[in-house]
Design a protein around this ligand. Structure first.
Ligand SMILES: [Zn+2]
Length: 454
């Protein structure tokens, strides 16, 4: 029977008809989302419905503590304790251990009051303990709320642990729109990144017959367009803008659940941002927000697309391709590359987690096949991606960091990210295509130099 609390669920916008044959709306495994004003009022009922009567442990940090107090008061009918990090929480193995140590033996579930870091740590702890967890997003800053994976930094390497989706997401603007505008700007950057992640998904599908669905793509494109339309609103009406961005982030999360991986939401721009984050950690420097990095990395990735899409042939001469086929599938070369690009511990983790790159499959193709594939990609992608300058302008309208310099990222880090980030994940992205074309280093050099003048 549908209870009153359930009726207030946010309906995920219906997906258009598609031919992929999977059930999409809502995707199997999609947790209920309560979205909008008054959500807090139904929170206790929905929590009880989805996670039982408790007791629960709520997880917050020094920044989200005041919001945890508001939520705690609303959940007074449900027994719960509150664990608060005394500092701003980071998604690290140490944070996970702290939550585990604080978890009462009789807890029947966890409640995350935070954005990326708190949610991911809570997700991992709840999964390991075999308990459900709920999320009260405190910022429209990233698209991982619905995710089943928990990216956590371990020994300088960002590993995504398989975990679980929340049992319920309760997104009330009283909570998420109270965040500093820089967090909504980060969410805007994370959404902007979908331009290049969707393009990367498309080229992977065309080359390696990966699963792909037009309806899922359209759902992400739709919310991406809505966010582009309200870029200026981040300054003029931050509460309404946070709601638009939050909905876009949840729709993207739904798209990932539909697909069963992060293809609709994460490509080269995310790998570049992960690279910067790991580098900052290795060199003891503060890392900008994930979404802020993604927005800037999206501009770089779009610049690589722009440079490659003008090429009629990806590879000019058959003998060049023969040489590249060998070097791109050579494990000794790849090992040396990873060791050169990553700190020692992180390099070992990168190789252990990603022993093979999907680009190796691509190197099995003939010279004619690889160029025929590229012709197909050009046909589909030409004029579909905004130019780098349009992306910079959109980020600027939103007041978000738009260039590496805005993030405090040096030309050296731009160069290294473009050359090394592709080793972080096996999936095919535009960075791999640049390597296949033999222009990755050249592209990195050019963009390191050019982007310092953006
Ligand atoms: Zn992201």
């Amino acid at each position: 029977m549908m209870t009153k609390a359930m009726k207030n669920r946010w309906p995920i916008p219906k997906l258009a008809a598609c031919t992929c044959g999977r059930a999409h709306t809502p995707a199997p495994g999609m947790p209920p989302v309560l979205m909008g004003e008054e959500s807090l009022r139904s929170a206790a009922a929905l929590l009880q419905e989805t996670m039982g009567p408790g007791p629960f442990m709520m997880v917050a940090d020094c920044n989200t503590q005041p919001l945890a107090d508001i939520i705690s008061a609303r959940l007074s009918s449900l027994p719960h304790t509150v664990f608060t990090f005394p500092h701003a929480a980071e998604a690290t193995a140490q944070s996970v251990a702290l939550i585990e140590a604080a978890l009462p033996a009789d807890a029947k579930g966890l409640i995350a009051v935070g954005s990326g870091s708190i949610t991911d740590c809570t997700r991992l702890v709840s999964f390991k303990a075999g308990l459900p967890f709920a999320v009260f997003p405190t910022a429209a800053s990233m698209d991982g709320y619905l995710s089943w994976g928990a990216p956590v930094l371990v020994d300088g390497y960002k590993r995504t642990y398989p975990a679980q989706s929340p049992a319920v997401v309760i997104a009330d603007p009283e909570i998420y729109a109270a965040a500093p505008i820089t967090l909504t700007q980060a969410g805007f950057g994370d959404i902007l990144g979908k331009y290049t992640s969707l393009a990367d998904w498309r080229i992977g599908h065309l080359l390696l017959a990966e699963y792909w669905c037009s309806a899922i793509v359209s759902s992400v494109e739709q919310v991406l367009g809505e966010c582009m339309d309200i870029a200026d609103q981040l300054a003029t009406d931050p509460v309404a803008a946070a709601t638009t961005v939050m909905q876009a982030l949840l729709v993207t999360g739904h798209a990932m659940i539909c697909v069963g991986n992060s293809r609709p939401a994460s490509g080269a721009e995310h790998h570049i941002s992960h690279y910067w984050e790991m580098r900052a950690l290795a060199e003891n420097q503060p890392a900008p927000y994930h979404g802020a990095q993604v927005g800037v990395a999206c501009v770089l990735s779009a610049a690589i697309y722009e440079a490659l899409l003008v090429r009629e042939s990806l590879v000019e001469k058959p003998f060049e391709w023969a040489g590249r086929q060998e070097s791109l599938s050579d494990h000794i070369i790849r090992q040396a590359t990873v060791n050169a690009g990553y700190a020692k511990d992180a390099a070992a983790q990168v190789l252990a987690d990603n022993p093979r790159k999907h680009v190796e499959q691509a190197t099995q193709l003939s010279f004619e096949q690889i160029n025929a594939w590229w012709a197909q990609c050009r046909n589909i992608l030409e004029h579909r991606l905004p130019s780098p300058s349009m992306l910079v302008a959109a980020l600027r309208r939103a007041g978000a960091p738009a260039t590496p310099r805005d993030l405090g990222i040096s030309p050296d880090w731009v160069y290294d990210a473009i050359v090394y980030a592709r080793e972080l994940r096996p999936i095919l992205t535009i960075l791999d295509v640049a390597a296949m074309a033999g222009v990755l280093e050249q592209m990195a050099e050019r963009l390191a130099e050019e982007s310092s003048r953006w």
